[in-house]
Ligand binder design. Structure first.
Ligand SMILES: [Zn+2]
Length: 360
């Protein structure tokens, strides 16, 4: 990314004679600006040659810069001060290395009488920028001779390429399941949302539905379905909100979730999915929950990534050891590092790490 910056270099203790030169130069430039402004638009000098009559002995390049600066201030009626500006042909930065290895930065520019070379006071930051300039990594723009208080400065504009600092991403993993509806893991902290109640209520609705179906009570079935839908939606809003709040609280920049659409499951994994009712995610409440998480994350400026869910329940999130099948209990105990962790928290950790890669 290119950026224009201005560095303000203080001229080091100018002598009385030098200060006189600078003042004369600034006065001449200001006088020219006011003469120029006083002319009507048609008669204003267009070239430095035409401008010469108003401004002898200002250099053409300084005149041209002054004209650009005046034209750039459309509303100006009078200039109290117009500081002389030098282009990269007239203004130079030099670095001198003294015998003791220290560096002295100098700038040189034209005045009405002669060209002067003067030392400047440079901060560490400014020195870094000037080094970039010497190395051809920064482009020199206009340099203005400016007085602030009793001191004289050079305001030098530079176009520099700034490397955008890449903050490392912070990942939060969310594992969805029926027993624990959602488990989030970020920074080693875990948040559980029990799905117990949801599963219970959905089962109850399913029973009611079956009874009504036997009676062929179609309108009642529809009403029941609507009621269930509203209830699940409300739960999903609540949970997604809490998950996003947790992401924000922990400074997560990316939320990773299983790709429920993943077609990557092997036959045996799919069979396992069907057998293990706790993992049957293929129903709309889970899709809806992911959707809610997705749009709330986007609003909060948190990115969403879908990960391949393979092996997230069968891998130790600490040491990476893999076990052959999904643990039967609610705890994953690693045969290698002996770490024991709640199975869904372990999975959420693995999802945060995207151990099986991102979903296509
Ligand atoms: Zn382990």
């Amino acid at each position: 990314m290119e950026q224009v910056i201005t560095i303000k270099l203080k001229l080091f203790e100018p002598t009385q004679a030098k200060q006189e030169m600078y003042r004369a130069m600034a006065d001449r430039t200001t006088d020219f600006a006011n003469q120029y402004l006083a002319l009507d638009k048609q008669t204003r000098p267009k070239t430095s040659k035409e401008a010469k009559q108003y401004s002898e002995p200002l250099l053409s390049a300084v005149l041209c810069q002054a004209i650009r600066d005046i034209e750039g201030k459309k509303k100006a009626k009078e200039f109290k001060r117009l500081w002389p500006g030098f282009n990269n042909q007239n203004f130079r930065v030099e670095k001198e290395v003294s015998k003791d290895g220290g560096a002295v930065w100098k700038v040189s520019f034209p005045t009405l009488e002669k060209r002067v070379g003067v030392p400047v006071i440079v901060t560490e930051y400014q020195a870094k920028r000037l080094e970039q300039l010497m190395a051809g990594k920064a482009k020199q723009g206009t340099a203005y001779l400016v007085k602030r208080g009793k001191a004289w400065y050079i305001h030098l504009s530079l176009t520099v390429t700034v490397e955008e600092e890449k903050k490392p991403e912070k990942y939060m993993g969310i594992d969805l399941g029926l027993i624990d509806l959602a488990v989030a893991s970020v920074n080693g902290q875990t948040l559980f949302f029990s799905g117990g109640e949801l599963a219970y209520i959905r089962r109850r609705y399913a029973n009611l539905r079956r009874k009504l179906q036997k009676k062929r009570a179609h309108r009642a079935i529809k009403k029941l379905a609507d009621k269930e839908h509203r209830w699940v939606t409300a739960v999903n809003h609540l949970i997604s909100r809490k998950l996003i709040d947790m992401a924000i609280l922990h400074g997560a920049t990316v939320i990773r979730m299983e790709d429920l659409r993943s077609a990557r499951w092997t036959k045996s994994q799919r069979k396992e999915q069907r057998q293990d009712s706790g993992r049957s995610l293929h129903n709309w409440p889970f899709y809806q929950l992911q959707e809610f998480i997705g749009y709330k994350a986007t609003l909060a400026g948190v990115k969403i990534e879908r990960v391949n869910p393979d092996l997230t329940s069968q891998t130790c999130s600490r040491c990476g050891e893999r076990v052959k099948s999904r643990p039967k209990s609610r705890w994953f105990t690693c045969p290698r590092c002996k770490k024991s962790k709640h199975i869904d928290a372990n999975a959420a950790d693995n999802i945060a790490q995207a151990i099986s890669g991102l979903a296509a």
